[in-house]
Design a protein around this ligand. Structure first.
Ligand code: GCU
Length: 660
């Protein structure tokens, strides 16, 4: 199967005044990472400027120099790019930093940025910039929308040219860690920690290391039962403890560079310490102790909830679960445990408040998990550029009582009494030719990496860079695509579940509308719509979830009058005639946004059609088909939502538009 090069296509760059620097390259360094950096420069120069770059043994008259320096402020991954006379100097403390510098220089060249005054100092602001793949050993991908896995086929691990290109893509945007297998570790994946698999994983780990990427694996908490033959997985049991100690020793004998493990425990049927009446810290710390001698890390997910909530019980709330299980354990986790917290309290909806553990956990390492696999945001059929949403999350204030109190500050470790360590995304790739199914969904992959490196970047500048590298720097292409991508998240929000209420998707596959799909199932995600109103009461009269935030957010969310419109139905059950801050009733807002959303998708389709002459026919056609599907999907959402609420409430649309 063939594949494209995404934003590393290195299209021919014409009329670039600084192409002449790409004649010669000089470095005294050697090693696998440097070899890869030089290979990248060679490949890119060839493709962008049609010439081969010479590797010089002495400093050339004109060209590029890669140098290791010692500069504390650059830490272990940052770099500098500067011009001095006829030379472009790339410098860093480490070879990894130099590799990042090379990719940055190539990005500048692909975007035709002048190098005459270049003085770029770039240091990643988050320690971990990580992907989580939900790939299974049989080659399928849980919530995968871009074909099958390129890591696994027929229970085997694959390491080939595509895996190398994957590592290049990661390094080019600064991603430094990846988990290649599904968090739901079932069947053969449990055996990853046995010798035959460890040998193959070593090859993959070495490849990743040569691109500055740490390999992590998802772990089955009950592996000691499944492969160890022990009858318990009680974290305080001595046999269990020694089994894991021995197992970790074996693992690290084979893969000394392994980053560690990701664990989903006590969630959606996965085993965990709760079975043995132990808490989450008991489980995580047991593994952390076993892995500590090898500097390994246990990443422990906070997505722990009871998925069988009785609809009659209006006090129990899935949104509270992570907070209720983990808040009291703050400070109980060992230093080599990192909690991985989903961005919102439910599950990657198009809009949710941020999880209140952010700003509340003070003594525990943690990272934020977002999802670029578009499970609930159009499944890479509908366009939804998520970086503006992530930017909004990152810039949200947590009011934790310190100067620097946004989520970005926490994750960057700037908030002095908190222990933020980075950001993670559930990956959106597969073995499709274009990696991400929808060609434009690759902007989420690229954008995640760039924003993980630097929270200060704007979603718009990221998207422009991505377009120039992936498609072309033609003005019209950049303008139209930027507009399309930037409008896509708000438009998706308009035609799907309204005002933060979430879900309303088809159960199990999660694509397309099914308003009552989860309302009458036992999964515990309700919207509670009736003849009079809709929404979940999470104030103190209801589940009390709003009060989990630091003030003033707790008060703001507690009352319908002060709650922001976009989250109203997440926090409150209100009448359809409740007046929003925008002056409309809830119901009229639902009608208006749904008609508007569906119409905007028509516009998006025509915007894409405008680009027909400027995009390669293959990319154009396959994307066109997706926009057509999106148009139908948006129409279906609009029709279903509007007729549902019209028939529930009996209140007509003020503008008498067709509602069935
Ligand atoms: C969602 C998703 C599951 C996934 C889970 C998780 O519930 O639908 O497929 O396993 O999230 O994050 O663990």
């Amino acid at each position: 199967m063939s594949w494209e090069q995404a934003w590393l296509a290195y299209h021919c760059v014409v009329n670039y005044e600084d192409a002449s620097y790409f004649e010669a390259i000089y470095t005294l360094e050697s090693g696998k990472i440097i070899d890869n950096a030089l290979e990248e420069l060679r490949l890119a120069t060839n493709k962008m400027f049609g010439k081969s770059i010479a590797i010089e043994r002495s400093m050339p008259q004109k060209g590029i120099c890669l140098m290791l320096i010692e500069e504390i402020s650059l830490n272990e991954a940052g770099y500098k790019i500067e011009r001095k006379n006829n030379l472009i100097f790339l410098s860093a403390n480490t070879q990894k930093g130099l590799l990042y510098a090379v990719f940055a220089l190539l990005r500048l060249a692909a975007c035709k940025v002048s190098l005459s005054d270049v003085h770029l100092v770039s240091v990643p602001d988050k320690e971990f910039r990580m992907l989580n793949h939900w790939d299974n050993m049989d080659g399928s991908i849980e919530r995968g929308y871009s074909g099958n896995s390129f890591f696994f086929k027929d229970q085997k691990i694959e390491v080939n040219e595509r895996t190398k290109d994957y590592a290049r893509l990661l390094a080019s945007i600064g991603i430094n860690a990846t988990v290649i297998n599904n968090v739901n570790v079932r069947a053969e994946a449990t055996d990853f920690i046995t010798e035959p698999y460890l040998k193959q994983l070593r090859v993959l780990s070495d490849l990743f290391e040569s691109y500055g990427v740490k390999l992590f694996l998802s772990l089955n908490y009950a592996a000691c039962i499944d492969i160890g033959g022990i009858t318990t997985a009680d974290p305080l049991d001595k046999t269990v403890i020694s089994w894991w100690e021995e197992r970790m020793e074996l693992v690290y004998q084979h893969i000394p560079t392994l980053g560690g493990f990701l664990v989903k425990a006590d969630s959606e049927g996965r085993p965990g310490p709760f079975t043995y009446k132990r808490n989450q810290a008991d489980g995580a710390n047991m593994l952390a102790r076993a892995i500590a001698p090898y500097q390994g890390i246990i990443i422990w997910r906070c997505f722990v909830y009871n998925c069988q909530q009785d609809w009659r019980d209006k006090k129990i709330d899935r949104a509270r679960a992570a907070y209720d299980y983990f808040y009291d354990l703050d400070g109980e986790f060992l230093e080599n445990v990192i909690l991985q917290i989903k961005n919102g309290p439910i599950d990657f909806q198009v809009r949710e408040p941020f999880m209140p553990l952010f700003g509340k956990l003070k003594k525990t390492n943690h990272m934020m998990e977002v999802q670029i696999a578009q499970e609930y945001t159009g499944q890479q059929i509908d366009l939804c550029y998520l970086i503006p949403w992530f930017k909004e999350l990152l810039t949200s204030r947590t009011y934790c009582g310190e100067d620097k109190d946004t989520i970005a500050d926490l994750l960057e470790g700037k908030c002095c009494n908190h222990k933020g360590r980075g950001i993670v995304a559930v990956a959106n790739t597969g073995n499709d030719e274009n990696w991400t199914g929808h060609d434009l969904a690759a902007a989420n992959f690229y954008g995640f990496g760039r924003m993980a490196w630097d929270s200060k970047l704007s979603p718009e500048e990221i998207v422009k860079e991505w377009i120039s590298q992936t498609f072309s720097d033609k003005r019209e292409v950049v303008m139209v695509l930027t507009k399309l991508l930037m409008m896509s998240w708000p438009v998706y929000e308009k035609y799907t579940a309204p005002l933060g209420v979430g879900f309303m998707v088809t159960p199990s596959n999660h694509y397309g509308p099914n308003i009552d799909g989860y309302e009458y199932s036992k999964w515990g995600t309700y919207h509670r719509a009736d003849h009079f109103g809709i929404g979940v009461d999470r104030s103190l009269k209801g589940t009390g979830y709003a009060s989990l935030y630091n003030p003033p957010l707790a008060m703001q969310y507690e009352y319908a009058d002060t709650c922001p419109d976009e989250l109203l139905l997440f926090f409150h059950h209100v009448d359809y005639n409740h007046i929003l801050h925008n002056g409309k009733t809830v119901l009229q807002h639902i009608y208006d946004t749904h008609f508007e959303g569906a119409k905007k998708v028509e516009e998006m389709l025509s915007m894409w059609e405008q680009l027909k002459e400027s995009i390669s026919p293959e990319k154009y056609e396959r994307t066109l088909i997706r926009f057509q599907q999106q148009r139908n999907n948006a129409k279906e959402w609009c029709d279903q939502i509007n007729s549902y609420f019209y028939r529930k409430s009996g209140i007509a649309d003020q503008h008498q538009r067709p509602i069935y």
